[in-house]
Write a protein that binds this ligand. Structure first.
Ligand code: ADP
Ligand code: MG
Length: 402
């Protein structure tokens, strides 16, 4: 919720809570039997208003689950206090029925079920308390039809659950749709950019590189100058690498033949290719591939996908930790998991994965994952990332089985 609190939303939020606080204060000062008579009830009521108002004001600054639990519990305590303090005002029961609505605002399932549980327990206790202490005079409306009231309460809770569930499903669908649109937009933009620039840049680069190579061998230049030439050539090589990676995205290899790809063979060849790369930091690649896993893809592209993901895993891994590659059949799908115990990523970092040039590495191109997304979608697969900062990352790739 905090993320969406832009400047305008801030204003609306503070305006809304001012009205809520004002309404609570009016409720406190309305009953003149308590006014000026500082008994426990009045103090309790005033104290709860103070706590609730404070948590509402501070909420945008400390938005986490703990403060949300405090707010829900505080609000529940407030409404139940009203219920017990002003038994003649039966409409407070309506507020009690609606307590879980506060949790709906946060869109957090655990909080919502906590609110439902808290409310049901508190209402059941209230019913038992009122009937045991025989307070029919205080709660006449209750005595007249307590079963009816209880059924109404249950009805409202069930209604709120349905409402929450439907809104939750809708929100999730919208989020998934938004993510998909973002992804395809990302790929489209990258493709258009690449098509426009890659060729134009590649030609002059080749010419410059050719001359530099000539000068590098020319005895007219001293050792110092030649060192600079070779540095320049290295940088040009890097630029060429970026361009060819970009080209691979913009023009997905249409001639790539779709064939039967045996995961075991292909993953073994990728692992042996990357074995020496991993050994630089003492990272081994452990392969666990179920027999007979096959998918329909181009084996070169499949290898390119695995190389990019496993290379990232090695680069993220802490010294001495292995990268684990699992592959198994799951119903009519084949699932590959690449697990590393490296530095992991934050939620925000994960949202940028696949964006062209997004890289946190000093020598990264930020194109590897974009290519992976492309290859995976080309063969009707799915790629997901799970990561915890400081603990590691698991990349799961699924393809339909051959
Ligand atoms: P590059 O490897 O050139 O930086 P990629 O597209 O392959 O580009 O990856 C983009 C970024 O995603 C990386 O710079 C890194 O920050 C992050 N990343 C990818 N895989 C992992 C991983 N296994 N663990 C941690 N971060 C990762
Ligand atoms: Mg990479």
């Amino acid at each position: 919720m905090k993320k969406e609190l832009t400047k305008i939303n801030d204003k609306i939020y503070y305006f809304a809570i001012s009205i809520v606080i004002l309404a609570m204060l009016m409720g406190l000062l309305w009953d003149d039997s308590y006014l000026g008579n500082m008994n426990t009830g009045f103090l309790l009521h005033a104290g709860l208003i103070f706590i609730l108002s404070l948590s509402l004001v501070l909420y945008p600054m400390f938005d986490n689950r703990a403060t949300r639990i405090v707010m829900i519990t505080g609000a529940a305590a407030y409404f139940y206090t009203l219920f017990y303090l002003y038994p003649e005002t039966w409409s407070t029961f309506i507020y009690i029925c609606l307590i879980p609505v506060i949790a709906i605002l946060f869109f957090d399932s655990k909080l919502f079920y906590y609110a439902i549980f808290l409310n049901s327990t508190a209402v059941s206790s209230a019913f038992v308390y009122i009937s045991l202490t025989k307070q029919e005079k205080l709660y006449p409306f209750f005595y007249e039809d307590w079963i009816g009231h209880f059924i109404n309460f249950l009805g409202v809770q069930i209604l709120l659950c349905i409402l929450y569930y439907l809104t939750y499903v809708r929100m999730q669908k919208q989020q998934a749709y938004y993510k998909e649109v973002q992804e395809s937009e990302r790929i489209k933009t990258a493709g258009q950019l690449a098509a426009a620039f890659a060729h134009e840049i590649r030609n002059p680069l080749t010419v410059v590189k050719g001359f530099l190579q000539l000068y590098e061998q020319d005895s007219a230049y001293d050792h110092h100058a030649k060192k600079h030439f070779s540095l320049m050539i290295n940088e040009l090589d890097m630029a060429e690498e970026v361009i060819s990676q970009f080209l691979a995205v913009s023009k997905p290899n249409k001639e790539a033949v779709v064939e039967e790809v045996h995961l075991k063979e292909n993953l073994q060849s990728v692992a042996s290719l990357l074995a020496s790369y991993g050994l630089m930091n003492d990272n081994k690649i452990e392969l666990y591939v179920e027999e007979g896993c096959r998918i329909a893809a181009n084996s070169m592209e499949f290898k390119q996908l695995c190389i990019n993901i496993i290379k990232n895993a090695i680069e993220a891994s802490t010294e001495g930790c292995s990268v684990i590659v699992n592959a198994k059949r799951e119903k009519d799908k084949v699932e590959i998991q690449i697990i590393d115990r490296g530095n992991g990523m934050s939620e925000i970092e994960m949202q940028s994965l696949g964006t062209p040039f997004y890289s946190l590495k000093s020598k990264g191109t930020g194109l590897g994952l974009m290519i992976c997304y492309n290859i995976v979608s080309k063969y009707n697969g799915k790629i997901t990332f799970q990561s915890l900062e400081g603990e590691g990352t698991t990349v799961t790739i699924q393809f339909p089985e051959y």
